[in-house]
Design a protein around this ligand. Structure first.
Ligand code: SD4
Length: 341
């Protein structure tokens, strides 16, 4: 995970660091109708948005931007997404990703091993096959045939340390234990004693200069998950959904509960009915809470959405979910509103 203190130190601009320090206040964020906009989940979204902006800022297509943006995070060994991330409980890093464009074209890979950029494989699935989703060894075989390098199967030092700690107890709890530090069981995301959430996913949605929407989502999934487990992130309609008429949404948090409510699709349909992005995200979160009842206190789920007017919004179950926005002259990290504080 990107250490927060290190992240602030790394931030090139004093003003940005200041924004992050106080976290821009939650709430309605003005639309960016005059130009492109990109938003992405968690603190690592700042760097990812910069990658996307290389394309959006030059008038490029949102689809290219959301691929390039999350590739920054996938390539980062300091973070929590990609080959440097936490393994499953058998010690293997397995990756899930998806991508969707303004024409409802979509592609997805899941349970993919030893490939650095799953989002790009997902894009090839979308563009070069008649399918939406490839998984496991078939996805890997396709990636190799497409020229992707098969990387060494080796945990990063931080993932090895986290895995060694987890092995001491090997406790399997497919829920988030918000009291622990993430070393007792598979949990996504985990809340540290400081109150901050660890996380292992980046979801990004963007609108380009033509007003077209696209999105991407990529993850190593829950740390120390059962081998073969998939969450919401590679599932179109759960971890990501784009409808060029209504809006786009991505999700992060406990994937099982995002899938249960077809989370990102639900948010987009609520925006189609006229709800603002924030109100739509809140309604989807409330639906999860109605289903989970008191167990909702133990899980984190957050939605992040963008509508056709370029308005952005988010909502989470718990406090601590942040998202990054980039538009012309705007670069900030916003603390999302939540049900529990
Ligand atoms: C999953 N939704 O695999 C992902 C995990 C996540 O921050 O978002 N972590 O369930």
């Amino acid at each position: 995970m990107l250490n927060r203190r290190k992240f602030i130190a790394l931030s090139a601009f004093g003003s940005l660091a200041a924004t992050i320090g106080r976290r821009a206040s939650a709430g309605h964020v003005a639309g960016f109708r005059k130009g492109p906009v990109v938003i992405s989940t968690w603190d690592a979204g700042i760097q990812a948005n910069r990658g996307a902006w290389e394309i959006l800022g030059k008038g490029g297509r949102a689809l290219d931007a959301v691929e390039a943006g999350v590739m920054v995070t996938e390539a980062s060994q300091n973070c929590c997404v990609g080959l440097g991330a936490n393994p499953d409980r058998d010690g293997f890093v397995t990756l899930d990703a998806c991508i969707m464009d303004e024409f409802a074209n979509c592609g997805s890979v899941a349970f993919l091993e030893r490939i650095k950029h799953p989002v790009s494989v997902a894009r090839r699935v979308m563009e070069k096959t008649p399918h939406v989703m490839l998984v496991g060894s078939g996805a890997q075989q396709f990636a190799i045939a497409e020229g992707f390098t098969l990387e060494e199967q080796k945990l990063s030092p931080s993932a090895q340390e986290a895995y060694d700690n987890w092995l001491k107890k090997s406790e399997y709890k497919p829920v988030i234990n918000i009291e622990n530090k993430g070393d007792h069981g598979p949990s996504a995301p985990v809340r540290f004693e400081s109150g901050e959430w660890n996380h292992d996913t980046i979801g990004m949605v963007a609108m380009d200069i033509k007003g077209n929407l696209s999105g991407s989502c990529t993850t190593s999934g829950m740390g120390f998950k059962m081998r073969g487990r998939l969450g919401d992130s590679p599932i179109i309609g759960a971890g990501l959904f784009v409808d060029n008429e209504a809006g786009a949404c991505t999700a992060t948090g406990q994937g099982e509960d995002v899938i249960r409510v077809a989370g990102s699709h639900t948010v987009v349909e609520l925006m189609r009915q006229g709800l603002s992005p924030e109100a739509a995200c809140k309604k989807a979160v409330e639906r999860i809470i109605r289903i989970k009842k008191e167990k909702a206190k133990d899980i984190q789920v957050a939605f992040l959405a963008l509508n056709k007017k370029g308005e952005v919004g988010a909502f989470a179950i718990h406090k601590g979910f942040s998202y990054a926005i980039k538009a012309e002259g705007v670069e900030k990290l916003v603390a999302a509103k939540s049900i529990f504080s």
